[in-house]
Ligand binder design. Structure first.
Ligand code: ME8
Length: 652
């Protein structure tokens, strides 16, 4: 099986931003997924370098268009490795072979009578680089560029697009998933319900010289879309290259909704005119906004991929983009959202599962994969869930439903975390009669981690490699690098040496700008607004404290980073917590909590208690717990917060 996956080729009048990064990461994730499934994949991206917009941008910088496009194109090319995106080809429309291919196709279509000379008056939008119909305008403006298009009358060459309207309609009806998601197919069908006009495919050199000369008339250059779309053929060596024959039949284009019309109408009609088979699928995604607002240079909210990677790490960025956007719908980027996903999904759920399991394996099996051991009922549900996840994952990834695939993966992670709590390996470890069962529980956790290493590979290659190293597996071991081969339960080999790794994802504090002043660690509690209110709040009585007394208690959210038993005590745990600076707190909860369970948990502490020494350990605070009784026995339940907040947040 082969796959040919492409992104749009990006205009070099702007530098790469979040939107470009998203589409390109989608194509990279998909190509890695197909490779995981053993397919032969070709992945292409590149830059679109001709046309009005580019000539204007070069003029503004007072450099030649050729120098200008070299500079910006390099910025795109250099961005992708930072995101661990690895295209096979990076095409530029100024490449000599591309120019040759465009001219060859123009000549062919001209010779067969599908290009003619005529006069045209229309409304031209420079931003879109195309004529708009009256129907497309909103309040007289181009809906994408919020400015009126210019009325232009000129003599030009036209492609008989109208001739291919019916064949295109027939193709869409015969191939229901030609354009997905469905809403975009419907948009295209609605457009095609009106007669198609022919497409103006030239610009007179009196108006624009920065383009590919028409082979049959040197007074004109090629319209930028006719030039750009052909990149999908040039990159695989059309018409004679071996790669063309191999990959064209398997072409999948990924774009955003802004360029639906050129891809769903111009391009397939051009292919029909050339007598070529149409691409397999057009996958159309929505737009990323930033803080619910359209990204724009003038607003100053453009998000740059390199900055994101520097701040959050490459795998967090890749995971966030794939998990947060439902393919086809718009999504909004905020720093708070990415921090929340990192802390909750990555550090808490995945990171904790990995480090807890590895820590227990170190302690109980001396870091070796145990034998499968004695199984019990909860194992079946874990195994079943893992197998169900694998099947659903395969289907969702194949249909570009990345967020759904990841949702399924995280359900397994959360199930595995619960599996630890239910099976209490630390209790089993103490019982000599249950060692076989302990082995089984730990073996099942190793299997879960191995399957997670496999399925996370396309989205988070770096994390997957790190997990593989921890599990003592080579990165090309089919058990973590091949979908059908590795996607089975029970492939881990007893006796394999595991390796200690650092935590997968360190937690992050929320950005101060978004956490707000009251949440920023170390800042005083907000002042009450008036003296009157303060007085009212300070009303005291027997058993009642005043507000000012309450304010003297410094309650903080603390994150447990280490936990161990206090020597010679059945009751006490020594916790190292971040609040936000690290401190030691002794808590009388050893009968209710195992140390391993607490790592990464957020608890509430009294931070300004006089330090005391308890059983030889200095305790710098007190952990708060609810006191309750179960069947006449005292029980302590730790208090926490209902959402993740930065360690050290004040509780008031
Ligand atoms: O249109 N959200 O290039 P372009 C999501 N050269 N994706 C976004 C986005 C956003 N806010 N902004 C841009 C062109 N994109 C032509 C293409 S192809 C033969 C020629 C992504 O630089 C998305 O993939 O304007 C969109 O379709 C593409 O960038 C437009 O890139």
């Amino acid at each position: 099986m082969t796959t040919y996956i492409t992104t749009p080729i990006y205009y070099v009048n702007a530098q790469p931003h979040l939107g470009h990064a998203y589409t390109t990461i989608v194509a990279d994730v998909y190509s890695r997924f197909r490779r995981l499934c053993g397919e032969d994949v070709r992945f292409q991206t590149g830059t679109d370098e001709h046309g009005d917009k580019i000539a204007e941008a070069a003029l503004k910088e007072q450099v030649s268009p050729a120098d200008y496009v070299d500079r910006i194109s390099a910025l795109y090319r250099e961005s992708w490795p930072l995101l661990h995106v690895i295209p096979d080809t990076f095409i530029r429309t100024t490449d000599a072979d591309h120019i040759k291919t465009v001219q060859r196709i123009l000549q062919q279509v001209y010779d067969q009578g599908d290009i003619y000379f005529g006069e045209y008056s229309g409304l031209y939008c420079k931003g879109c680089e195309r004529f708009l119909t009256e129907k497309e305008l909103v309040g007289g403006n181009c809906p994408d560029h919020q400015r009126p298009p210019e009325p232009i009358t000129e003599q030009n060459y036209f492609f008989r697009m109208s001739k291919y309207q019916q064949p295109l309609l027939d193709h869409i009806h015969a191939h229901p998933d030609f354009i997905t998601p469905e809403r975009y197919k419907n948009e295209v069908l609605s457009f095609l319900s009106e007669p198609l006009e022919d497409l103006c495919i030239s610009r007179p050199t009196s108006r624009l010289t920065w383009g590919i000369a028409l082979p049959f008339d040197p007074h004109f250059v090629t319209y930028v879309w006719f030039d750009a779309l052909i990149n999908y053929l040039t990159g695989i060596g059309y018409p004679d290259g071996e790669s063309f024959h191999k990959y064209w039949a398997a072409a999948e284009h990924v774009i955003a909704k802004d360029i639906l019309k050129p891809h769903a109408i111009y391009w397939p009609t051009m292919l029909l005119a050339m007598g070529l088979p149409l691409y397999q699928h057009l996958h159309v995604h929505g737009y990323w906004n930033v803080d619910e607002t359209k990204m724009s240079k003038s607003i100053g909210n453009v998000v740059r991929p390199a900055e994101l990677v520097a701040e959050y790490g490459v795998d967090t960025v890749r995971y966030f983009l794939m998990r947060e956007m439902s393919f086809g719908l718009d999504s909004s980027f905020t720093s708070a959202k990415i921090v929340a996903r990192k802390n909750s999904d990555l550090a808490n759920d995945l990171g904790n599962l990995f480090s807890r399991s590895m820590a227990m394996l170190e302690k109980y099996t001396d870091s070796q994969v145990p034998a499968p051991g004695a199984t019990e009922e909860p194992d079946e549900s874990l195994q079943q869930m893992a197998l169900q996840m694998l099947a659903q994952y395969h289907e969702d990834m194949g249909q570009f439903q990345f967020h759904r695939a990841l949702q399924g993966v995280w359900e397994l992670i959360s199930h595995a975390n619960k599996y630890i709590v239910v099976n209490e390996p630390w209790v089993l470890a103490k019982d000599p009669a249950r060692q076989d069962r302990l082995q089984a529980v730990l073996y099942n956790l190793v299997e879960c981690l191995r399957l997670l290493t496999l399925v996370l590979r396309p989205v988070m290659p770096q994390t997957s490699d790190k997990m593989a190293a921890g599990l003592g597996l080579n990165v090309d071991d089919p058990r973590i690098a091949n979908f059908p081969q590795g996607a089975l339960w029970g492939l881990s080999t007893a006796g394999t040496r595991l390796r200690i790794t650092t935590p997968l994802f360190p937690r992050m504090d929320k950005p101060e700008r978004e956490a707000g002043p009251a949440e920023a660690p170390g800042t005083p509690a907000p002042k009450t607004s008036s003296k009157k209110e303060k007085k009212k709040a300070a009303v005291a009585g027997i058993g009642v404290i005043g507000f000012s007394q309450f304010q003297q208690i410094d309650l903080r959210v603390a994150e447990v980073v280490h936990a161990e038993r206090v020597l010679k005590s059945d009751r006490l745990l020594k916790l190292t917590v971040k609040a936000p600076e690290e401190r030691t707190v002794v808590a009388g909860i050893a009968e209710y909590y195992a140390p391993e369970e607490l790592i990464g948990c957020q608890v509430l502490i009294v931070a300004n208690l006089q330090p005391v020494e308890i059983m030889g350990v200095q305790s710098q605070g007190m952990v708060l717990a609810a006191q309750t009784e179960v069947e006449g026995k005292k029980r302590l339940v730790l208090t926490t917060v209902s959402d993740l907040v930065p360690a050290g947040s004040k509780v008031a």
